[in-house]
Design a protein. Structure first.
Lengths: 233, 404
């Protein structure tokens, strides 16, 4: 069993994921052992199909490993029930997706406050935190718009605000700049880097984007479901 | 927030929501009209059958109903009738004397059933006067006059003013025979009755069969047909006579009641079919909606929404559409039943049910024709909504977010 230190946010031990594609087993991850510590700004890189997204899904409890264990904030994910996992994700993980994945029927403010609402944060506090967070991500004045009334960059800012507003332990971002122009992507990355420095929140990205790789303090390269290189700068 | 999302989702795909609601509204209205017509028809049949013929409750000497006999009489029926009249819920009562005999008009003879009636009471209780299709009703005092059934008149080639000779046997064993002047021809709505019925004044019948002060049957009419059971028990308690049998119309006309119940079960099958059509329509659209939003449910779960909350989100959408549809259905169902209660549905030819002839079917507007469809539509929509709701709740976020 892995020795978990207080500063370890994520620990994986022999994480393997096998998919059945048309009945043929495909190894997406092959026994990954990895430790990520609090406050890291880490990028998972590698070619398409190397297992980046699968790994993010497994360390966040969105998917389960075929073999191996994941400790997140000291808890073993595979030992949690569906409800416990939901609560755990709500309280500890913020997600930023490539396709933004905002709830289209909710306004910007409602999208951002949704997680706090699930956590039972009082209305007045929710509103205050949402407004402050929207200001932080540069979206002052769009609180009442719906996602379809925003540009791609604005939607991704809302997704970042949603991910961060409840102050989770870790932010997992899957190709967050893939659908953005380089200027918007660079701005958002700078913003996340700043938030990482200011709040000490842990950021893990899966990316192909050289801009993200440049800014990452740790660069983990995956190849064929294995860690190829692990470089700290 | 879950309710807010559910509510907004409903207006997201307006066309689909309208289609789902339409299936429910049509189902509700069809069901409401089916029940309205069924209740109207049965209510009408029961009313005709009881009010015009057998009454709501009958009192006999014990055993008479199973084996009618000239000798099984209610003695002192006037006192019994007075006791019955004093019971709350009783509108009217009327005594009858029954006997079989041979009726002859001229050279033609046939078996007849002599029915001795108290004319004013019979008119008050079973609208006897309204059955007269030719001639007059019997006079209020005994006068050796008779009213015969329409079909009997044909069999005997009898006319108003003809004389009918009755041959039978008195309760004392003597030969009973007498001549009566035919003053009226009656149509009860039941062919079998009209082939044999020969109505005499009760005192004429009592005299003919040596049954002074006695009757075979007391017919009771209640103010509210829905309280027949309660009034039957009250009469039984009031009479407190073990020699008398008090029976509601459902017992008196067992075979008619059973035939009606069997027919109503047939209606229940058509209700199930309507329910199934609604259910399939709802399942189809709700399932489509859930499948289309798989990615969203995945996101909701990813950010911490519990499976049960996703389940309630889908159910909430279904229930909201259902409630809206029920409101529209209540309006349409009430309107349709109201119009059908006025104009009815007229058959090209008369139909016969339990001896009753029906030409036009009228609906009623009652609580049942709104409550049953409301429960049916709500239940069927919720039950078929369970499958998509469970499917949404059990979504694996990672897999769901891969769908487009």
């Amino acid at each position: 069993m892995a020795q978990i230190q207080k500063t370890d946010v994520i620990v994986t031990e022999g994480v393997t994921k096998v998919y059945a594609a048309d009945g043929i087993p495909v190894n997406a991850l092959n026994g990954i052992n990895l430790t990520i510590q609090s406050g890291e700004f880490t990028a998972l890189v590698g070619p398409s199909g190397s297992g980046k997204t699968t790994f993010l899904n497994i360390i966040s409890g969105l998917d389960s490993p075929t073999e191996g264990k994941v400790w997140l904030a000291g808890k073993v994910l595979s030992e949690m029930s569906g409800n416990e996992l939901s609560d755990f994700r709500r309280d500890n993980i913020g997600f930023i997706f490539q396709a933004y994945n905002l709830i289209p029927v909710l306004t910007v403010e409602e999208n951002v406050e949704y997680i706090m609402l699930l956590a039972g944060v009082p209305k007045a506090e929710r509103h205050e935190r949402v407004i402050a967070m929207l200001e932080t991500v540069g979206l002052k004045g769009v609180a009442n718009r719906t996602p379809t009334q925003l540009s791609g960059g604005q939607q991704q800012r809302v997704a970042i605000a949603r991910a961060m507003v409840s102050e989770p332990t870790i932010i997992l971002a899957d190709e967050p700049t893939a659908n953005l122009d380089s200027k918007t992507g660079a701005d958002l990355l700078e913003m996340m880097r700043r938030l990482n420095s200011e709040t000490g929140m842990t950021f893990i990205f899966s990316t192909h984007d050289p801009m993200v790789m440049e800014r990452a303090r740790r660069l983990i390269t995956l190849r064929d479901g294995r860690i190829d290189t692990d470089e700290t700068r | 927030m879950i309710i807010k999302i559910a509510f907004r989702n409903i207006f997201r795909q307006k066309r689909r929501t309208i289609l789902t609601a339409l299936a429910m509204v049509v189902g509700f209205t069809l069901l409401s009209v089916t029940i309205g017509l069924s209740d109207g028809a049965y209510g009408n049949i029961i009313s005709m059958f009881t009010r015009n013929r057998i009454g709501h409750i009958q009192v006999h000497r014990v055993g008479y109903l199973d084996k009618p006999s000239l000798y099984e009489t209610i003695d002192g029926y006037t006192a019994v009738g007075a006791a019955i009249q004093a019971v709350a819920g009783v509108e009217a009562w009327t005594p009858r004397v029954y006997a079989a005999g041979l009726g002859s008009v001229g050279e033609k003879s046939t078996a007849v059933q002599i029915i001795g009636v108290d004319v004013p009471r019979e008119t008050q209780a079973t609208r006897f006067d309204q059955k007269i299709v030719e001639g007059n009703v019997l006079p209020e005092t005994a006068s050796h006059e008779a009213v015969i059934g329409k079909n009997l008149a044909k069999i005997l080639s009898a006319k108003i003013g003809s004389e009918i000779v009755i041959f039978s046997q008195g309760a004392d064993g003597s030969l009973a025979n007498d001549v009566y002047n035919i003053v009226g021809i009656a149509e009860s709505g039941d062919d079998a009755t009209d082939r044999t019925a020969c109505y005499l004044h009760i005192e004429d019948a009592q005299e003919l069969f040596v049954l002074e002060g006695r009757a075979h049957e007391i017919v009771v009419i209640v103010s509210n047909i829905n309280h027949v059971g309660k009034v039957t028990n009250a009469i039984e308690a009031s009479l407190n006579d073990s020699t008398l049998d008090v029976a509601p119309w459902q017992v008196v006309a067992k075979s008619f009641y059973r035939a009606m119940k069997a027919d109503q079960q047939g209606d229940a099958i058509s209700r199930w079919v309507i329910m199934l059509i609604v259910a399939i329509g709802v399942l189809n659209t709700v399932l489509m909606s859930v499948l289309e939003r798989t990615r969203e449910y995945g996101v909701l779960k990813a950010v911490g929404t519990k499976p049960m909350q996703i389940f309630w989100l889908v159910i909430c959408e279904v229930v909201t559409i259902t409630l809206g549809s029920i409101c529209v259905g209540v309006l349409l169902g009430t309107l349709a039943n109201y119009l059908l209660s006025i104009y009815g549905i007229t058959y090209p030819e008369e139909i016969t049910f339990g001896g009753m002839k029906i030409k036009t079917l009228y609906a009623v507007v009652n609580a049942r024709c709104l409550i049953v469809p409301a429960i049916t539509v709500m239940l069927s929509a919720t039950v078929v909504g369970l499958f998509p709701a469970i499917k949404a709740a059990r979504i694996m976020p990672a897999r769901a977010m891969r769908t487009h």
